[in-house]
Design a protein around this ligand. Structure first.
Ligand code: ADE
Length: 233
């Protein structure tokens, strides 16, 4: 059996477009999650809404690994822009991912470092990154397509202080709430992954308002990008 590509979104809004475009053949339920099994762009996929935050994302990714041994994992959704060039409506593609809220600096470890793991900076699959970059440049244009570090934490970033701290500690494109957990679980299970995020807000005091205002309008372009990546992977 061909191993499927797994696609994870955190919220309903982040999987609805893909669910509408896929042919659903079966549903599997575990841990309060619904795994939609079927085809997208004539490729076998499994699509799931993991819920918000890193614990939900970790549990979901491990179930995917155990049940489907996916050929690749794509985590797609929205994010807050951290880098000054990364604005609302742009796309951020992970080359690397880390937890911005993992803090054992009091013990002498670097910010974001997970003690005693072989790596805390998770490397996305270069082929998936290249495919995503090409697809995004087609849909959004090169000026709105960014590759680099995506950081995650169990926080919705919504103040200048939080944004500044993350920007100073890490050279991050954007912040979101699941990617590093997906990346860590994918790394531990030897599964290639990429995190693909569309920017819904600037991760500052205007973020709650912008997130609500722009989420629905920025997601359809992301759906097109993910569909193209699945088609070409
Ligand atoms: N997802 C979208 N916007 C975000 C933000 N500002 N912080 C964390 N996750 C987000």
């Amino acid at each position: 059996m061909t191993r499927p590509i797994a696609i994870i979104g955190a919220m309903d809004e982040e999987i609805t477009g893909l669910r509408e475009h896929m042919q659903i053949e079966a549903e599997y339920k575990q841990a309060g999650l619904v795994f939609y099994e079927g085809q997208l762009a004539a490729k076998p996929i499994v699509l799931v809404r993991c819920g918000v935050g890193k614990v939900n994302a970790s549990i979901c990714t491990q179930i995917l690994a155990d049940r489907y041994q996916p050929a690749a994992i794509i985590n797609s959704g929205a994010a807050g822009g951290i880098h000054p060039n990364v604005d609302i409506g742009h796309i951020a593609i992970s080359t690397t991912v880390l937890h911005h809220d993992f803090d054992t600096t009091a013990l002498g470890f670097q910010p974001g470092s997970i003690p005693f793991m072989d790596s805390s900076l998770f490397l996305a699959d270069t082929h998936l990154v290249q495919l995503t970059q090409a697809a995004s440049e087609n849909v959004f244009g090169a000026a709105c397509t960014h590759t680099g570090l995506v950081v995650s934490g169990d926080q919705f970033i919504s103040s200048a202080e939080q944004k500044q701290r993350i920007g100073q500690q890490f050279d991050a494109l954007c912040a979101e709430m699941e990617g590093a957990a997906v990346a860590q679980a994918a790394h531990l299970n030897d599964i290639p992954f990429v995190i693909i995020r569309v920017i819904s807000d600037r991760a500052d005091a205007s973020a709650p308002e912008n997130f609500a205002a722009f989420l629905q309008s920025v997601l359809p372009g992301l759906t097109r990008v993910v569909e193209t990546v699945v088609e070409q992977a």
